[in-house]
Write a protein that binds this ligand. Structure first.
Ligand SMILES: *Cc1c(COP(=O)(O)O)cnc(C)c1O
Length: 388
């Protein structure tokens, strides 16, 4: 055979069945092949195991799917190229024209855009409330047949805690599905509740290193099977190499999250006692208005702290600029600590009363706490407070 043929048909290397790699290899192949047409057809019809095309299924993605489903305590998982793709594809797959969706002003801005603007164009209506309005949630669900309730907890950036038991009970009473964007709380939290669908941005705590993007939708078998074909056709598939990196990142998920929570508590306590600080919001502090609820429904208090300086305590921008270890950055869940001042997080799509619910002022600052040494982080906050 000539070179042009040989390079396209390299020798196959078979690994013996009793000689497995400790770390699963990346199946960086779009296509998978069988020896004959009959087996190919059997696989297409679901009559045998196997793979054919990576937009439909791939072994590296399947391993990550199963891992995430187990972590969140559900049957199965669909993977997407980003967190917003997970949110959006789940909404598209679950809703049809004429459906009504409930959402909250405290939610991730692109999710609000998807429900209000994009789904609105396709004839899906919505009601937007504050996540604290448990009475209003019950009333709105009783007043109007609702396909699903989409929510988050803790909220971004001021860390309001959704009363998950009250919300899931109300949704169940009125025949609505519940969809929880569980990115902030993580896979180890909230699995005990009767949530129908979990979505996660894998860009944050799952991959953990701020170098890849991904998303996941996790649910019981019947719901995943119902959504699967829509996901395949919409095509926002995760790449196998990225799936491999997320699987690798997950090995230290528990260690990172635990350390980040411990550091966040340390930082929150320091800031709460500081004379230049007006307010600290962290669900692990007894001063948090929903401390008891957070204690009941979460295993920890998360890795995000939000803080407001007093008017005379310095400008948020100057404070962010003065920090050396906290990088000015959108996003959360990196191993490095990050800071985002309120002027960069203003929810401009909300009207005045909705902005009050969202509770993001120009003086709000979000800290995403990393895995650095807690004393070094406090020293950095201390020097920045002295500098402003
Ligand atoms: C970041 C984030 C998303 C979107 O994830 P991407 O991976 O950036 O697309 C969705 N929901 C929440 C709560 C997030 O923090």
């Amino acid at each position: 055979m000539k070179i042009s043929t040989r390079v396209n048909h390299p020798p196959a290397v078979a690994v013996p069945a009793d000689n497995r790699p400790l770390v699963a290899p990346i199946y960086q192949s779009v296509k998978f092949t069988f020896d004959d047409v009959a087996e190919t057809e059997r696989q297409s019809r679901g009559q045998r195991d196997g793979f054919q095309y990576s937009r439909v299924s791939n072994p590296t993605l399947q391993q990550l799917s199963l891992t995430l489903a187990q972590l969140q305590g559900r049957d199965d998982c669909l993977l997407t190229a980003s967190g917003v793709a997970a949110v959006n594809l789940a909404l598209l797959a679950l809703c049809k024209q004429g459906d009504h969706v409930m959402l909250f002003a405290e939610m991730y801005q692109p999710t609000r855009y998807m429900i209000r603007r994009l789904l609105g164009r396709y004839g899906v209506t919505h009601t937007m409330l504050s996540i604290e309005d448990t009475v209003g949630i019950e009333q709105a669900l009783a007043a109007k047949p609702t396909r699903l309730v989409m929510f988050e907890s803790p909220s971004n950036p001021v860390l309001k805690i959704a009363d998950i038991e009250a919300i899931t009970a109300a949704a169940r009473r009125h025949g609505a599905l519940t969809v929880l964007d569980n990115t902030f709380a993580g896979f180890h939290n909230h699995g005990q509740f009767e949530i129908d669908v979990f979505v996660h941005s894998l860009t944050k705590y799952a991959s953990g290193h701020g170098d890849v993007m991904g998303g996941a939708v996790i649910a019981r078998r019947e719901l995943i099977d119902r959504m699967r074909q829509d996901f395949i056709v919409l095509g926002a598939t995760l790449d196998p190499h990225t799936a491999f990196l997320i699987q690798r990142g997950l090995k230290t998920y528990a260690l990172r999250y635990e350390r980040q929570c411990a550091n966040a508590m340390h930082v929150a306590r320091f800031l709460e006692g500081h004379p230049q600080v007006a307010r600290v919001s962290y669900p692990g502090l007894t001063s948090h208005p929903q401390y008891q609820l957070a204690q009941r429904q979460m295993l920890d208090a998360g890795t995000i702290v939000s803080v407001e300086l007093k008017e005379q305590g310095g400008s948020p921008a100057a404070f962010a600029n003065a920090l050396k270890l906290f990088a000015i950055s959108a996003s959360v869940g990196s191993t490095e600590s990050l800071v985002q001042p309120g002027q960069l997080m203003k929810p401009r799509d909300l009207n005045e009363s909705e902005q009050q619910w969202a509770a993001v002022s120009d003086r709000t600052m979000r800290l995403s706490v990393g895995i650095e040494d807690a004393e070094d982080l406090v020293a950095d906050l201390q020097q920045a407070l002295s500098a402003v």
